[in-house]
Design a protein around this ligand. Sequence first.
Ligand code: 8X3
Length: 257
Amino acid sequence: MAGIDGKTVFISGASSGIGRACAELFAAGGARLIISSRSIAGLKKVAEELSRKHGAEVHSLELDISDRRAVQDSIRSLPDEWKAVDILINNAGLALGMDKLQEGEFDDWETMIDTNVKGLLYLTRTIVPGMIERGGGQVINIGSTAGIAAYPRGAVYCATKAAVKILSDGLRMDTVDQPIRVSNIQPGMVETNFSNVRFKGDEQKAASVYRGIEALRPEDIADIALYAASVPEHVQICEVTVTPTNQATGGVMYKRS
Ligand code: 8X3
């Protein structure tokens, strides 16, 4: 397997959850990390821990990926030794609210679309040309089972993750003549602060999502990202769908009279 040792890996949304777990695993494998998040305090904690535990080189970037100008400026002004990103992990994303579409909150929609779709696009558009110039690279998108089939009261979140799937497929096509690999990892239920964010701090509602189910752990997804990054260069892991053993997706609904 190709190694990740010494590679420079950019991880968005790295202060918690799947992004944080990817940071940990890639650091343990000897990667150099650029970690981004809106919360610099969270990033500093992660950076300190990874340096202490793994001797990792970590560059922290306070960044709202939904701000196009901020993405362009902050990537452009990375210190020289951090400019050559080998692997981009587009992890940052969120769900907000669980409303019927016809009753949804416009602000929630804007935030999800701006982050999950436009933010991913801004980072990809800004970082991938450098990979091509340098002769290789990889984009690992964190999609979702929600992008394969809608579920009730989740239409807009599901649509953003469907966009991640299609954007992954499209980028794979547009870089087919380049040494660029594109992966889309589509997890089902992962126990992170995802539901806390979705339910805006209502801990009871958030906890009820995982009640009685052994959900995936962020490390389970990081393992897959690491695998996708570690296979030989001629191997491209296009798509991985992963759920807890007791979850099945893709349901059909009926209203019977
Ligand atoms: C998260 C998957 O099913 O909890 O992207 O919405 S789900």
